[in-house]
Write a protein that binds this ligand. Structure first.
Ligand code: KG4
Ligand code: ZN
Length: 347
């Protein structure tokens, strides 16, 4: 079964075709990140305008390598939320039009659940775990620009929320602190580069400058908003620390609390698989620290993390999520965008 997926929830215009939920046939992404880098953040109206002009060329590009693509595509999957309303509408209205013209059903997908399904796409980058698929029950940590959610997944479509952020998302913490350091948007990748620069030169540095809020609390929740204030103070210090050092401290503070609290949940729920997902899952330090922590604790859990390119927004995981959770195959008339959908909300 081939599903064409469309993802336009934030600043990307992405279209992919995936066979049987795991094999990527095409994965095309047009990003307007350059546009937003100039303004230091996303301007929703600009993002949507760019998506309107990109969506048709991106669809064409994604099906051009498939002979008789329109005949072969079985269904259209589309992100219906959460996200920016103007951006979501571009994808949703395009999907409805394609559905009507091509006479294909639509499968609505929750963007946050979609991120998790990047772990079903082959090949999976986790060491020694190639071509193995996740097993249930699973726990997933979804860390993106707007969300930080920890969920217990009992089966496809059976997701329970067990924890998350009380304020800013992990990606937001990277983006906002990067801005304070004058590093531009998106902040995560550039903080990671600066942090690596510092750590290569100072491998023994213990990186404990910033607080680890809620780390010792007996729950699976996080709080990241205090990090901004702590960084503002350090940036204003007369003897300001070098930017790479501050970047390394910021990264370590975010990574350590994410790993510590998630590990608590893994020990408590003892799932068969742990699935890291979302844009922040592209972070090398986070991936390494999870790998180490899980093997160090000798937990009988398979750790999955998508290749960095599949962690950040793309449409391949939207197609995959649609394939595995395809309980709701609908006609174009019953689809609508929902900008405030939560990870456990019905797409
Ligand atoms: O999932 P995503 O692509 O879009 C949303 O759904 O939000 O996540 C984007 C977030 C941004 O906050 C970005 O700074 C962060 O992921 N990110 C990273 C890295 N790559 C992207 N954060 C830390 N390290 C990275 N390498
Ligand atoms: Zn995302």
């Amino acid at each position: 079964m081939i599903i064409l997926g469309i993802e336009t929830s934030c600043d990307e215009t992405a279209v992919a075709t995936v066979e049987n939920g795991t094999k990527i046939l095409s994965n095309v992404i047009a990003s307007s990140a350059d546009l937003h880098a100039k303004t230091g953040g996303i301007i929703p109206e600009q993002a949507a305008r760019k998506q309107i002009s990109s969506i048709i060329p991106v669809i064409k590009e994604s099906i051009k390598g498939i002979k008789r693509a329109v005949d072969k595509i079985d269904a259209i999957a589309v992100t219906v939320g959460p996200g920016l309303i103007g951006s979501l509408l571009v994808g949703v209205e395009t999907a409805k039009t394609l559905s009507l013209v091509w006479k294909k059903p639509i499968i609505p997908v929750n963007h946050l659940v979609g991120h998790i399904y990047a772990n079903w796409l082959l090949p999976i980058a986790a060491k020694g775990k190639k071509h193995k698929l996740p097993k249930f029950p699973a726990i997933s940590l979804v860390v993106s620009g707007g969300h930080t959610d920890l969920v217990l997944i009992k089966d496809h479509g059976r997701i329970e929320w067990i924890g998350g952020t009380r304020d800013d998302a992990a990606g937001e913490a990277f983006d906002k602190t990067a801005r304070l350091l004058g590093l531009g948007y998106p902040g995560g990748p550039v903080i990671a580069v600066k942090a690596a620069e510092f750590s290569i030169k100072n491998p023994k540095s213990d990186l404990r400058l910033f607080p680890r809020p809620m780390q010792k609390e007996d729950n699976f929740d996080w709080s990241f908003s205090g990090l901004k204030t702590a960084v503002i103070r350090k940036v204003k210090d007369k003897e300001k620390l070098p930017t790479p050092q501050l970047a390394a401290e910021i990264q370590e503070a975010i990574v350590e609390v994410l790993v510590t609290k998630t590990l608590r949940a893994l020990k408590h729920h003892r799932p068969k698989s742990f699935l890291l997902a979302g844009g922040v899952a592209a972070n090398k330090r986070l991936r390494e620290k999870f790998e180490l922590a899980i093997s160090h604790q000798s937990l009988p859990i398979d750790f999955f993390v998508p290749s960095p390119k599949l962690c950040t927004d793309n449409a391949a995981y939207i197609s995959s999520a649609a394939y595995f959770a395809a309980k709701r195959v609908l006609s174009w008339k019953s689809i609508s965008a929902n900008p405030s959908l939560t990870i456990v909300g019905q797409a």
